[in-house]
Design a protein around this ligand. Structure first.
Ligand code: PMP
Length: 456
């Protein structure tokens, strides 16, 4: 931060001029915020000098933390060489070419092409365009409907918000009329009394089959889903869920889009959530961790099954963004992939960090306000309850989890709250000592929350 500007004036300037994403404009204009001014390793520091362990990897993107000089240098060097040129009209640039090739080398089998965007939202918009184009070229123009899930998050553009299933977003953004939603696989929240996880997983997966029948297979083009719903609350699907969905997709003439914006690049224990869950997608959305969050970049990995059709006949794909394949962003992506590969980050995190993280979190199951601990890889959620048996919540409107999050933040741990759950996605480079620190602060926040709500 510029040392000549004091925090109070900067906050006042922020309130006066800056409209923040996913924020109540009125409350923020009359409230207080936090300005981040620097970061190091896996710690972030605000302008008042408070340090926090970043248990969320930024917004699920800084999987390698904040001190990766190689990525910073790659961006700087690329800025010197060629700060911008576009990829329209048969033009290209070296980092975009090389990153496309590198991404296909780490992608699951059968993906040889990439379309670049700036964000996950735009990548999901691109998916809709690709799916519709694919079926048009196959002579099935009536196949336009897309099935998604309630409480999914696929981005904030109108099309991506429409694909998503968040009620608050649908209330403000008029959904596309060709997107339909089925239920999410959230056992803790939505299971019938006495229903075990496996039965619940099968029942919810079969809603896809019923929805395809209801809408007509001839009209349904694709099903889109995150391997694990992230922003919705780190909803770990029951083991029966994805195999059943995959069976349905295989038997029906519909495409599967895996939105890996959070799950990609090692979050669930393998490079792709699709691999962790045995999915065989036709399109993979990526963003966030592809540049370690340092530069905006997203895109779609397009399967050979689809490019065989999309590239077979002439005709322009009438879609593109000024910054598709931006050279500096792609340079950041190349450096990020090089670090991930050379340092075996994904494999090491799966072998050493994830088991420790999950084992430590599991010890919180007996805490009086913890109703469920769930996780996979370096991804986890803790449901807060007043009563473990009835699952009664601590307060209305997720107040208990908001209190717990604010307490954790003030104690030096950045975690997020979604609904009644605390959610976490620590950087993949964390050491065991960082997890010990996270546990200490989280436990203190849970204790304070239990005391505040007079539980236990
Ligand atoms: N898909 C998923 C699964 C996401 O989590 C997000 C962002 N949180 C997006 C898409 C949208 O990405 P962006 O914010 O880069 O547009």
């Amino acid at each position: 931060m510029n040392s000549t500007v004091d925090t109070a004036s900067l906050k006042a300037l922020d309130r006066a001029h800056h409209l923040h994403p996913f924020t109540d404009f009125h409350d923020y204009a009359h409230g207080d915020g936090r300005i981040f001014s620097r970061a190091e390793g896996v710690f972030i520091y605000d302008s008042d000098g408070n340090g926090m362990l970043d248990g969320m990897s930024g917004l699920w993107c800084c999987n390698l933390g904040y001190s990766q000089d190689r990525i910073k240098q790659a961006v700087f060097d690329q800025m010197q060489q060629l700060p911008y040129y576009n990829n329209f009209f048969n033009c290209s640039n070296q980092p975009a070419v090389e990153l496309a090739a590198e991404l296909t080398s780490v992608a699951p089998e059968g993906f040889d092409h990439v379309f670049f965007t700036n964000s996950g939202s735009e990548a999901n918009d691109t998916n809709i365009r690709l799916v519709h184009r694919y079926y048009d070229l196959l002579g099935k123009p009536e196949k336009k409907l897309i099935i998604s899930r309630k409480n999914a998050y696929h981005g904030s553009t109108v099309a991506a918000a429409s694909l998503g299933g968040m009620q608050a977003m649908h209330e403000q953004a008029i959904g596309l009329n060709y997107v339909h939603h089925i239920n999410q696989p959230h056992w803790f929240e939505n299971a019938e009394p006495g229903e075990d996880e496996d039965s619940f997983g099968l029942r919810i997966a079969r809603e896809l089959e019923a929805k395809i029948d209801e809408l007509g297979e001839a009209r349904v083009a694709a099903f889109i889903a995150e391997p694990v719903q992230g922003a919705g609350g780190v909803i770990i699907p029951p083991d029966t869920y994805w195999p059943e969905l995959q069976r349905i997709c295989n038997e029906r003439d519909i495409l599967l889009i895996a939105d890996e914006v959070i799950c990609g690049f090692g979050r669930t224990g393998q490079w792709w959530g699709s691999q962790t869950y045995g999915m065989q997608p036709d399109l993979i959305t990526f963003a966030k961790a592809v540049t370690n969050g340092y530069m905006p970049l997203g895109g779609v990995l397009v399967s050979n099954k689809m490019t065989d059709v999309l590239m077979a006949s002439g005709g322009e794909f009438a879609h593109g963004l000024t910054y598709s394949g931006h050279p500096a962003s792609c340079a950041a992506g190349l450096a990020t992939l090089a670090i991930l590969k050379e340092q075996n980050i994904v494999e090491n995190a799966a072998e050493h960090l994830a088991p420790y993280f999950q084992d430590q979190l599991a010890t919180l199951k007996d805490h009086p306000i913890v109703g469920q601990v769930r996780g996979r890889g370096c991804f986890a959620a803790i449901e807060l309850v007043r009563d473990k048996e009835s699952r009664e919540r601590l307060a209305q409107d997720s107040g208990g989890a908001v209190f717990c999050r604010d307490t954790a933040n003030n104690l030096g741990l950045m975690v997020r709250q979604t609904g009644n759950a605390m959610i976490m996605a620590p950087p993949l480079i964390c050491e065991h000592s960082h997890i010990d620190y996270l546990m200490e602060k989280l436990t203190a926040a849970l204790d304070a929350t239990a005391q505040h709500y007079k539980v236990g």
